[in-house]
Design a protein. Structure first.
Length: 134
């Protein structure tokens, strides 16, 4: 039996999970399994079990990935904005600080739980960290 055949038979036995759907559900901060229950009990605290379908979510291990991904997204957006503003209007430094510092904080706080939810959805769909049902 080849490796591809064993992987395919394992997916059939365990049931294939839709990666796109579970990541989108995580972005919406809902359970990656049912899409109805809340994913977080507090700002970044993942609930141990979905209130709607009972899926065990305590296995997630997002760790440092959400902050890194959030920093990459926010950094790219802000660098583009700073470059465009500087090239177009060349405002003084205090204008840049007044615009970009609060925007950095706000974007980071808004994106961080959504990115963490997407990573939990990714882990669930790929049966990582105990999400394999075993």
């Amino acid at each position: 039996m080849s490796a591809m055949t064993s992987v395919a038979s394992a997916e059939v036995a365990l049931g294939k999970r839709d990666l796109r759907q579970s990541v989108l559900r995580g972005l919406r901060e809902t359970c990656p399994h049912c899409g109805k229950g809340r994913l977080f009990g507090r700002y970044l605290k993942v609930v141990p079990r979905c209130e709607s379908c009972g899926e065990d979510l305590s296995h997630q291990r997002a760790d440092d990935a959400p902050p890194y991904v959030t920093m990459m997204i926010v950094g790219h957006l802000l660098i583009l904005g700073v470059a465009l503003l500087e090239d177009t209007y060349a405002p003084p430094t205090w204008v840049h600080l007044a615009i970009w510092l609060p925007l950095t904080v706000a974007l980071s706080l808004v994106l961080l739980p959504r990115v963490k939810g997407a990573i939990v959805g990714l882990q669930w769909a790929n049966r990582m960290h105990g999400f394999d049902g075993a």
